[in-house]
Write a protein that binds this ligand. Structure first.
Ligand SMILES: Cc1cc2nc3c(=O)[nH]c(=O)nc-3n(C[C@H](O)[C@H](O)[C@H](O)COP(=O)(O)OP(=O)(O)OC[C@H]3O[C@@H](n4cnc5c(N)ncnc54)[C@H](O)[C@@H]3O)c2cc1C
Length: 407
């Protein structure tokens, strides 16, 4: 039986960040277990790469801002393209946006600007149809990054500082906390037998155990659950039923002649469609409010693009009147009741820590969230940023984190 100081469940951005921070804090032996460390169905590999400190709640601003400071320090390594968020509003929501902006500037000095429709066009001439747009906020410290590069940086730093075993093709099926340790049982399988990608998909979508797997047993002083949308399945293994909902979110890649958005960062349209450059193409996404809670990854393709994305882009940019759908994908959002992440000890456990449920902000907040979870492991309290508002018990207590600036 292998014994570790800490076992991290899930090796996405959160799990990799936790491992890095644990290693930096002197934890000697760490295991990171994942069904697929490559993360082909993980949210960390399927997101839009947006990074912003422009939130409405203190907690979200603080987590994002601390992470942004880190991304600024490794800008080239993680492809941090700090060209701002341009967030457009219709009249009904514009006064609230101004109020939020004033709060962000007053309390955090974010330097957010309010732009009139003419100023939006001057900032980005390709946006030339502003009917129904009352104004936009432009936040220059925000931007885009490459989540895969961030994840690999976390892992490399973890490996450089400690003995970290990144255990691939390990499906965690039991987590048993005991007074002096936590026992974790996993099924180890081979990627290409018997069914390769299909086996991984069956595990992650249908909770179908892999065939021909070897049962392995590991122990640790502490376990950190970073299984993202799968926390809904993994937390009950140690007796915690969590209100995390897996919800499919789709992203389309399209091309319009003479539209090159590389000089800018993220755009958010009043329709809810967000978009940014993807090389010389456009990446665009939209949250369908009717999407059911489900572990599913089917991308609806060209007809979804034409129905949901193209009308918004064409209404905002005349050059998008004619454009070509190229590809797309879907990944899982991990919705919590207040759409904010969870960091804290699992209720009733002092050896199990939870760090999941970041609902569309897990990439941008992963550095600071991982640090907070690592502090709980080693110091048993938050040392740099008080993340108590994100405790897992807040939902049952009715103490939700108020956040209104979610996309
Ligand atoms: C379409 C889309 C767009 C997004 N856009 C943004 C954005 O612009 N900016 C932003 O900050 N965030 C964005 N997000 C959210 C962000 O991607 C997530 O919040 C973040 O990646 C969560 O990271 P994680 O490590 O918690 O989870 P994941 O990356 O999902 O990692 C969880 C891991 O746990 C593993 N796992 C699950 N169950 C088990 C088990 N039983 N045993 C072993 N391993 C297991 C999985 O294989 C997976 O690798 C977006 C998400 C989507 C889907």
């Amino acid at each position: 039986m292998d014994r570790f100081d800490v076992i991290v469940l899930g090796g996405g951005l959160l799990g990799s960040s936790v491992a890095m921070h644990l290693a930096a804090r002197g934890v000697k032996s760490i295991a990171v277990l994942d069904v697929d460390l490559g993360g082909r169905y993980s949210s960390s590999e399927l997101n839009a790469g947006g990074v912003r400190a422009t939130w409405r709640s203190e907690m979200n601003v603080a987590l994002s801002l601390a992470s942004i400071e880190f991304y600024e320090s490794v800008r080239d390594e993680v492809g941090f393209d700090q060209k701002g968020y341009l967030w457009m509003y219709e009249q009904a929501r514009w006064p609230g946006a101004i109020e939020a902006m004033e709060w962000q500037n007053r309390t955090h000095g974010l330097g957010v600007l309010a732009l009139t429709p003419d100023e939006i066009h001057a900032h980005c001439p390709v946006i030339d149809q502003l009917d129904g747009v009352a104004g936009a906020t432009f936040s220059p410290r925000d931007g885009l990054l490459n989540p895969n590069l961030v994840k690999e940086l976390y892992r490399a730093r973890a490996r450089a500082a400690a003995s970290v075993r990144f255990e691939n093709y390990a499906y965690v099926v039991a987590v048993d906390p005991e007074p002096d340790k936590v026992i974790v049982r996993a099924l180890k399988f081979q990627e290409f037998s018997p069914a390769g990608d299909q086996a991984i998909k069956a595990i992650l979508c249908d909770a179908m155990p892999p065939e021909d797997a070897a049962a392995v047993k590991l122990t640790a002083d502490v376990v950190v659950n970073c299984t993202g949308a799968w926390a809904r399945r993994v937390a009950p293994l140690y007796g915690h039923v969590v209100p995390v909902r897996p919800v499919r979110r789709q992203i389309a890649i399209a091309h319009a002649r003479d539209v090159d958005l590389r000089p800018w960062g993220m755009f958010v349209d009043p329709s809810g469609v967000y978009f940014h450059r993807e090389s010389t193409h456009i990446l665009a996404g939209w949250a369908d409010p009717d999407e059911p809670d489900e572990f599913r990854f089917k991308y609806d393709g060209e007809h979804w693009f034409e129905e949901k994305i193209w009308p918004a882009l064409a209404a905002r940019m005349s050059r998008c009147a004619s454009m070509k759908h190229r590809s797309g994908w879907s990944g899982l959002y991990e919705y919590t009741p207040d759409l904010c992440g969870v960091i804290g000890f699992a209720p009733g456990h002092d050896r199990v820590i939870e760090a999941f449920g970041f609902t569309g902000r897990g990439a941008m907040q992963s550095w600071a969230a991982g640090r907070a979870a690592a502090e709980l492991v080693t110091a048993r309290r938050f040392e740099t940023l008080d993340c108590t508002p994100l405790r897992p018990t807040r939902f049952a207590e009715g103490k939700l984190v108020p956040e209104t600036l979610s996309i």
